[in-house]
Design a protein around this ligand. Structure first.
Ligand SMILES: Cc1cc2nc3c(=O)[nH]c(=O)nc-3n(C[C@H](O)[C@H](O)[C@H](O)COP(=O)(O)OP(=O)(O)OC[C@H]3O[C@@H](n4cnc5c(N)ncnc54)[C@H](O)[C@@H]3O)c2cc1C
Length: 367
C-alpha cells in the first residue's frame, strides 16, 4: 500500500482532500504539506480587500479538513523535491518520503525590478496579503488621505485597484487616491472592449490610470517609472503577473520555459510517473495554459482520478482544457465585468453572477 503526499493544498487538490477518506479506506496513507493552515480562494480575494467578504468566508481551513479525514497535515514550506530518492524536502530540512507525489504549489508574483522594498509593499500572491493590506488601508485611511499605487495592468491589478479604492472609502477622512501603472494597455491580454470597460469604470471612480508607463523600482514608499517620474505612496501592490516557484528547476525536474513542473496530458511528469501536478505551478506540455484558477479547479477531479489510478491500478484520464472560459472581474463597490466569448457587459448583475459562482464553489468544499 502506498503513501500519497500532497505538496501544497491549493485549488487543484481540493477534490483529493475531499477524497482522503476513500484513499485511506483503500489502504493508503496521506500526508499533506502546506505553508499555512488556511488556503485562500483567489476568486474572492479582491472582494475581501474591498470589504464585501470577511476573511473567514474566503478561505478553506485545510489543516482541519485534512486531519478530520484521518490524514497527516504538515505545516511547512516545500524547498525541493528529491525525485530519485522519492522525498519532499522542507525548508526546515525535514524530509517526507512518498510513493506518489502531487504538487499544487501555486505561483508567485514575477517582479524583475530590483529593490521592491518597504513594509507596505504587497505582492498580490499569496492571496492572504490582501487581507493584511485591507487592514492597513482601513487604518491609514482613518488617519488621513491615503495614496495607493498598483503596479501592473492585468486582471489582478484592476481588481485590486478597484477594491483598494472601495476599502479606502471605509476610512473617516478623505478616502484614498489610487494610481495604476501598467507597462502596456490595461487588460492587454483580453478582448479590447473589456480593457476599455474596466479602465472607464476605474476612471469614473476617480482612480488614475497610467497606461504605457513601466515601473522601474519601488523604494521607500515611492513608485519610480522608467521615464524618471516618481510617485510617493503609502501602500503599493505588485500585480505584475505570476510565475511558478523555482522549486522544480532547482530540484532538477523537467520544467517548461517558465519553470513550471512539466506534465503530460495526464498531469504526470514524463520522467517520474509517480509525480503529478496541477494548478499554477505546472507547465502543461500539450499546450500553454493561462495561470487562472479555472484550470486549477478543473484539473482537480482529473488529478484525483489519476492519483487513485496510480495508487490502486487503473486508467488515468487526460486533462482536456476548455477552449475559452468565463471571466468576471470584480472592480469593487459591487460592480463587475462579465466576459465570455462575444458576450460582455458591466454592472451589478455581473458582480452578482460572480458572487453566486464563488460562494457555490466555497460551499462545495468548505466545512
Ligand atoms: C488578486 C487575484 C485574483 C484572482 N482572481 C481569479 C479569478 O477570479 N478567477 C480565476 O480563475 N483566477 C483568478 N486568479 C488566478 C488564481 O489565483 C490562480 O490561478 C489560482 O490561485 C491557482 O490555484 P493553485 O491551486 O494552483 O495555486 P494557489 O491558489 O496559489 O495555491 C497554492 C497553495 O500552495 C501553498 N504553497 C505555496 N508555496 C508553498 C510551498 N513552497 N510549500 C508549501 N505550500 C506552499 C499556498 O499557501 C497555497 O495554499 C486570481 C489571482 C489573483 C492574484
Amino acid at each position: 500500500m502506498g503513501r500519497l503526499v500532497l505538496a501544497g493544498t491549493g485549488h487543484a487538490h481540493l477534490p483529493a482532500i475531499a477524497a482522503i477518506g476513500k484513499i485511506i479506506g483503500d489502504g493508503h496513507s496521506v500526508v499533506a504539506i502546506n505553508s499555512g493552515d488556511m488556503h485562500y480562494y483567489s476568486g474572492m480575494g479582491p472582494g475581501m480587500l474591498g470589504g464585501v467578504y470577511r476573511p473567514e468566508e474566503t478561505r478553506f481551513p485545510v489543516r482541519r479538513m485534512i486531519e478530520r479525514r484521518g490524514a497527516t497535515f504538515v505545516k511547512g514550506r516545500v524547498a525541493s523535491i528529491d525525485a530519485p530518492g522519492r522525498c519532499v524536502v522542507l525548508e526546515s530540512g525535514e524530509r517526507i518520503s512518498y510513493d506518489v507525489l502531487s504538487c499544487n504549489l501555486g505561483s508567485e508574483v514575477s517582479w524583475s525590478v530590483p529593490a521592491a522594498s518597504g513594509k507596505d509593499v504587497f505582492p498580490v500572491k499569496p492571496i492572504d496579503n490582501l487581507y493584511t493590506a485591507r487592514e492597513r488601508i482601513v487604518s491609514m485611511a482613518c488617519e488621513g488621505r491615503l495614496r495607493v499605487g498598483v503596479c501592473g495592468g492585468g486582471p489582478a491589478a484592476v481588481e485590486v485597484a478597484g477594491n483598494a479604492h472601495a476599502a479606502g472609502k471605509k476610512g473617516k477622512s478623505g478616502g484614498c487616491r489610487v494610481q495604476v501603472f501598467s507597462a502596456g494597455s490595461v487588460l492587454g491580454g483580453m478582448p479590447g472592449r473589456v480593457g476599455r470597460m474596466a479602465e472607464a469604470r476605474l476612471v469614473k471612480e476617480g482612480i488614475e490610470m497610467f497606461s504605457g508607463h513601466p515601473v522601474s523600482s519601488v523604494e521607500s514608499g515611492a513608485v519610480q517609472l522608467e521615464s524618471g517620474a516618481v510617485y510617493p505612496h503609502d501602500i503599493v501592490f505588485l500585480a505584475t503577473g505570476v510565475r511558478p516557484p523555482a522549486i522544480f528547476s532547482a530540484s532538477g525536474l523537467e520544467t517548461g520555459p517558465d519553470g513550471g513542473l512539466l506534465v503530460n496530458r495526464f498531469l504526470q511528469t514524463p520522467a517520474f510517473p509517480e509525480i503529478f501536478g496541477g494548478g499554477d505551478c505546472i507547465s502543461f506540455a500539450p499546450r500553454p495554459l493561462a495561470r487562472v484558477g479555472v484550470h486549477a479547479v478543473r484539473q482537480g477531479p482529473v488529478l484525483l482520478n489519476n492519483l487513485l489510478a496510480r495508487l490502486n491500478g487503473g486508467s488515468p484520464y487526460p486533462f482536456e482544457p476548455q477552449a475559452g472560459y468565463l471571466v468576471i472581474l470584480n472592480l469593487g463597490g459591487g460592480y463587475g465585468i462579465f466576459s465570455r466569448g462575444a458576450i460582455r457587459f458591466g454592472g451589478r448583475s455581473a458582480f452578482w453572477i460572480k458572487d453566486f459562482i464563488d460562494k457555490r464553489f466555497m460551499l462545495k468544499y468548505r466545512e
